[in-house]
Design a protein around this ligand. Structure first.
Ligand code: GUN
Ligand code: ZN
Length: 448
């Protein structure tokens, strides 16, 4: 997607005025001055779904004075949130009681996912899911459907109807799950090839080769996934890695020739740039170094890790100065307990506190915006208000509830120090109620 040259375009400019916050660097490695951009009164100029101009209102006012402008005087405008790991079929089983990963999969997850054989049902949940993302200010997600090709089709179709940039791909499982959810490796391989041709790069859709995790995949299946990943280097790889101790032990039993869990995926050529590994809790330092060298990404899923009792993700190890790993924030619904990236940031902060570390509000918001875009190699298209990027953004209300009003008496402070305090309160106290509006491709999707 690019900007249509002015002389060819029949569409008009429009603009948004308000307080804008985004990132131009990485607040884990750069100072606030270098990484955070805050315009207490800014103007975002839109054209054909992309950003045509951006800057302080007083500087752009003369040039765009006649452009139709929507003004949000007491609100904060941020890039849309990006959720880099979420399961759409698990929407309806969020908050299922009392189990850790392997029992939770057997008891709740697999029976729920079996329902997605029914296309009508799958579409109904896909629609609910995408609308729920938008209600929560999430404009892009890396999504797992199920092993049924129809569950992939309806998700892409509904995402396209909403003009959302979305990444997904058929879930691969050929063992260690109920029979009705298994697909023979060769069949899945052919289905994936067709889906890549049909969906990857069509509109805003992108494809991900998605072996669920090593436990449910045979060697043949991982080998086929790896050869597809080599054939289509611009397609994503998406899976789970080292979430839970029982899962790690079972993987070691199933793949006795591999040196560790990550080595299973390495062996089949699945660890590379554009490969996203959810969780990565039970990994040693060598695995972190190898993920860094490969240019792979970790999805940090704090609400899920707490809910399923999986453990505490060592974000500080991933953000190591010598071997940094790309990390994006993720809800992992339905293991995760909220669609809200604000609630997910709050959990991330608490996970770091439990490890004697911290997470600044700028770092937290970065992980769900520019950092997430970089973790998906989409920083040329998404993540901040740079000119020519796609115009996905959200309008945040720092006073969305009586308690938030009390805590944030000034909704839009002027200084960057003060905005840090406001953002921290928003991420701890906020949820979908704090999302006043969500814009996708320059168009408003939620009610004002
Ligand atoms: N590992 C394999 N499948 C899943 C899943 O659906 N959720 C989570 N949290 N972990 C998994
Ligand atoms: Zn998951």
């Amino acid at each position: 997607m690019g900007i249509v040259p002015a002389e060819l375009s029949s569409t008009e400019l429009s603009a948004i005025r308000g307080a804008f916050l985004d990132f131009v660097g990485d607040p884990f490695f750069q100072s606030v001055a270098e990484s955070v951009r805050y315009l207490p009164d800014g103007l975002l100029v839109l054209k054909d779904g992309t950003i045509a101009d951006f800057g302080p209102y007083d500087q752009l006012q003369a040039k765009y004075g006649k452009v139709k402008t929507t003004h949000y005087p007491d609100k904060l405008i941020l890039p849309g949130f990006i959720d880099i790991h979420i399961h759409y079929p698990q929407t309806e089983m969020i908050a299922s009681y009392g189990a850790q990963l392997m029992e939770w999969l057997e008891t709740y997850t697999f029976p729920t996912e079996a329902k997605f054989k029914d296309t009508v049902y799958a579409r109904h949940i896909a629609e609910f899911f995408l609308d729920e993302l938008l209600r929560n200010g999430t404009t892009t997600a890396l999504v797992l459907p199920t092993t049924f090709p129809q569950s992939v089709e309806v998700l892409f179709e509904e995402a396209q109807r909403r003009n959302m940039r979305l990444i997904a791909g058929q879930v691969l499982m050929s063992r260690n799950a109920p029979e009705d959810l298994l697909t023979p490796a060769q069949t899945a391989y052919s289905q994936m090839r067709e889906q890549i041709q049909k969906w990857h790069g069509k509109g805003r859709s992108l494809y991900a080769i998605t072996p669920r995790f090593a436990v449910t995949c045979t060697e043949e299946e991982l080998q086929l996934a790896g050869s597809l990943a080599a054939e289509f280097p611009e397609v994503y790889v998406h899976t789970h890695l080292a979430e839970n101790k029982k899962e790690v032990a079972l993987t070691a039993e199933l793949f006795p020739d591999r040196s560790d869990y990550l080595n299973v995926y390495e062996h089949y050529g699945l660890v590379r740039d554009r490969a996203v590994f959810a969780h990565c809790i039970q990994l040693d330092e060598s695995a972190f170094e190898r993920l860094s060298q490969a240019g792979a990404t970790i999805a940090f899923c704090p609400t899920s890790n707490l809910f399923l009792g999986s453990g505490l993700f060592p974000l500080h190890q991933a953000k190591h100065t010598e071997h940094p790993i790309k990390v994006g924030l993720a809800t992992d619904v339905g293991g995760g307990t909220s669609f809200s990236q604000l609630q997910t940031m709050a959990a991330a902060y608490q996970v770091m506190q439990l490890q004697g570390k911290s997470l600044s509000p700028f770092q937290a918001f970065y992980l769900a915006t520019l950092g997430a875009a970089q973790s998906l190699s989409l920083e040329d298209k998404l993540g901040n208000f740079a000119i020519a990027k796609e115009a996905d953004f959200i309008v945040l209300d720092a006073q969305a509830t009586p308690l938030m009003q009390l805590r944030n008496p000034v909704p839009v402070p002027q200084s960057i120090e003060a905005i840090a305090t406001t953002l921290f309160a928003i991420m701890l106290l906020g949820d979908d109620r704090a999302i006043t509006a969500t814009y996708v491709g320059g168009a408003l999707t939620t009610k004002l």
